[in-house]
Write a protein that binds this ligand. Structure first.
Ligand code: HDE
Length: 689
């Protein structure tokens, strides 16, 4: 039964049951017919008079607002921050001093380069911006999933972004850096070399937003009640552990499910599996800053965690999806200048420029100065001031006084409060007015090398492949050569591998370094993803490919074992209606094989009869399911009956310890345990060799 009523002319009519569900115009007038424009007779011309249709179309015509100039594609989630350890000795901010109090938050994850409709798994930096609605006003920590940045001075940001985005003449490529303009700019900007190592690593192809770290990037200040300041770098550590995909998988995911990351976030929150991050701080003082090898104001440098440990002080839990994507995710306006008393800026020239840019861009994007009235941006503490009017003013100030000092409302109206109010840290400042880059920013290669040597061999291979892939898309030989010339300052082995990969007959000259690189910085294990993975399959997704005659007990055991470790399960079958298993019962599928490829799962299991496996060995999506899972180093659980499918996919003779035989339902548990390693990395060298 449908509740669809068709009128004489065939137009549908679903009528209201009462007042509560009566449709109205934006002015609140009840609407009698939402299917037909007012006409002069049934076949007559439409009448301009129809105020209801005109209002509806007018609003539709203006539905889009300018997309963000960078970070256009993003996904927002509500949550809360809970302080675990108070730090009054460091900061007077209440958010850092009331242990156990839950401060509401809104976090938006994003890619940087692509347009709003670009695929989620583009190789790109991810934004990780959090708005804390504290009782002392909003604090925005607008960070990335990479702790360093491309450039040292904000004045270069438009150039960087122009070079990364589609070329102005042809309007492509979309959401990728594998093109001449990007590498031209990068190869002419030695300061970006540390960031280049990070973006060519698997950090830029995360498996999920849930499995990424976040970083405030800049050195900020924490200031305590006595006015004493410490420097701080903010870190988000995912409790879920780190995980990325492999490049070939990313390419396929983008085709199969361009919404992969947002869907993953939505699904896990919807399922009650709330991702969490610990907030960590690296705290240091001027004495450390003076003796550190690099300038702490230079955003192209990290402070290794092994040198200044990350102290965990609280936890962010993301526990609610948005009600409305536009109202919340699209309209949220982060501004780096939003800080609360007890948190302050430093002179990092990138941060200083950002403090101008974010406020400025919101004016264009949201259309006026009152974007703080939009619910997602409005502080959740009292707001009192004499700012007024402007486009879309949503508050309704009363009375005759709109200035201060005044004689009307003393004792009631807002007045400055030297004790509670924000005071800037009185850092002494003097100097010659000049456009200059500090000499202390001149080291461009040392930390790039440190990042590279801190990776596992698999990760190093991925970096060489990524550089080779990207530079192979660069048409100009001089740009390719220049890049390899930079790599020689980082690691000769890497430079050689890339040079071979792109077919350079000989290694180009090293690019002249502004300062001699430090070649013996210690490895920092914290920089590797694989060294910081999870120890279980919790929060990951198992795809079970079933077909006619599959062992029903085994499927049930796999589901149970996966759920026991906190993993999600999806049943994939040749038809979405499912398959009849060995118990004669029909098991419904979540996905038809064409829409449920192995690339969207972290591990797969194959459960079907030999006859089904033979049949499916002729089916391309089924073969891809297996051969991709193999190529992407996934753990593959298999019922021995599926041999014909393994043979068809060309993996039967290449089976390794990443294949786990599911001889009986008892094997399900140990399979899920193995899956906790996420990928069978040993396979990779054999694949390439
Ligand atoms: Fe941004 N950046 N940025 N950025 N950025 C924007 O602000 C800018 C930088 C970051 O989910 C814009 O509201 C300049 C570093 C995130 O809404 C814009 C410079 C880091 C987001 C802007 C930087 C970031 C943005 C575009 C160089 C990591 C998305 C729309 C000085 C620490 C926030 C908007 C969201 C967005 C400017 C560099 C992170 C134009 C000038 C470094 C996560 O204002």
């Amino acid at each position: 039964m449908t509740d669809l009523n068709l009128s004489k002319g065939g137009a549908p009519h679903q009528t209201a049951k009462g007042d509560d569900d009566t449709m109205t115009t934006a002015q609140g007038a009840p609407v009698a017919d939402d299917q037909n424009w007012l006409k002069s007779g049934p076949r007559g011309p439409s009448l301009l008079e129809d105020q209801i249709a005109r209002e509806k179309i007018f609003h539709f015509d203006h539905e889009r607002i300018p997309e963000r100039v960078v970070h256009a594609r993003g996904y927002g989630v509500h949550g809360h921050f809970e302080l675990k350890e108070a730090i009054p000795e460091l900061s007077r901010a209440k958010i850092f001093n009331e242990v156990g109090k839950k401060v509401p938050t809104f976090t938006r994850f994003s890619t940087v380069a692509g347009n709003k409709g670009s695929p989620d798994l583009a190789r790109d930096v991810r934004g990780f911006a959090t708005k804390f609605y504290t009782e002392e006003g909003n604090w925005d920590l607008v960070g990335n999933n990479i702790p360093v940045f491309f450039i040292q001075d904000a004045i270069k940001f438009p150039d960087l972004i122009h070079a990364a985005k589609p070329a102005p003449d042809r309007g492509f490529p979309q959401a990728q850096t594998a093109h001449d303009n990007f590498w031209d700019f990068i190869s002419l900007s030695p300061e970006s070399m540390n960031m280049v190592m990070w973006i060519m690593s698997d950090r830029t192809i995360p498996r999920s937003f849930r499995f990424m770290e976040g970083f405030g990037v800049h050195s900020f200040r924490l200031v305590n009640a006595e006015g004493k300041s410490h420097y701080v770098k903010f870190h988000w550590k995912p409790k879920q552990g780190l995980q990325s995909v492999v490049w070939n998988e990313a390419l396929k995911v983008n085709g199969m499910d361009p919404d992969f990351h947002r869907r993953d976030m939505w699904d896990s929150i919807d399922a009650g599996d709330f991702p969490q991050w610990d907030l960590g701080i690296q705290v240091f003082d001027d004495e450390f800053a003076d003796k550190f090898d690099f300038d702490i104001l230079d955003a192209t440098k990290i402070i290794p965690e092994e040198e200044v440990p990350v102290r965990i002080i609280g936890t962010l839990t993301l526990d609610a999806n948005v009600d409305n994507f536009f109202a919340e995710t699209e309209q949220v306006a982060f501004c780096t200048q939003n800080v609360v008393p007890g948190i302050d800026f430093t002179n990092d020239p990138l941060l200083q420029g950002r403090n101008f840019s974010y406020l400025d861009t919101q004016l264009k994007r949201l259309g006026g100065p009152n974007f703080t009235h939009i619910p997602i941006n409005a502080p959740k503490c009292p707001v009192r001031h004499y700012q007024q009017d402007g486009h879309m003013a949503m508050t309704n100030p009363k009375g005759r006084v709109n200035y201060e000092p005044n004689s009307w409302d003393h004792g009631e109206g807002p007045r400055e409060n030297p004790q509670k109010g924000f005071t800037s840290y009185p850092e002494p400042v003097e100097g010659v007015k000049e456009r200059v880059r500090s000499e202390t920013f001149a080291d461009h290669y040392s930390q790039a090398r440190q990042f590279y040597i801190s990776q596992t061999p698999n990760e190093q291979d991925h970096m060489a492949s990524a550089l080779t892939f990207e530079l192979s898309k660069v048409e100009r030989m001089d740009i390719r050569q220049r890049m390899v010339g930079h790599l020689r300052n980082i690691d000769e082995g890497l430079a050689q591998e890339v040079a071979d990969g792109i077919g350079l007959p000989e290694l180009p000259e090293k690019v002249l370094a502004a300062r001699k690189p430090i070649m013996d910085l210690k490895e920092s294990p914290a920089l590797s993803i694989i060294k910081n993975g999870p120890s279980s399959f919790k929060g990951r997704k198992l795809g079970i490919y079933i077909a006619e005659g599959g062992d029903a007990d085994l499927v049930a055991a796999l589901k149970e074992a996966a759920e026991a470790v906190g993993a999600m399960v999806a049943i994939v079958a040749p038809h979405v209606a499912g398959a009849k298993l060995s118990d004669g019962k029909m098991m419904e599928a979540d996905e038809k094989i064409d829409g449920g490829p192995s690339v969207v799962f972290d591990a797969v299991a194959l459960v079907m009869s030999e006859a089904s496996a033979k049949k499916l060995a002729l089916n391309k999506p089924s073969l891809d399911f297996v051969s991709d899972a193999f190529a992407h180093l996934k753990f593959i659980g298999y019922d021995p009956a599926v041999k014909p499918l393994l043979e068809g996919a060309g993996v039967a003779s290449r089976m390794d310890d990443g294949f786990i035989k599911l001889g009986s339902k008892a094997d399900a548990k140990s399979f899920l345990k193995s899956c906790g390693d996420l990928r069978f990395w040993n396979r990779e060298a054999k694949m390439n060799g």
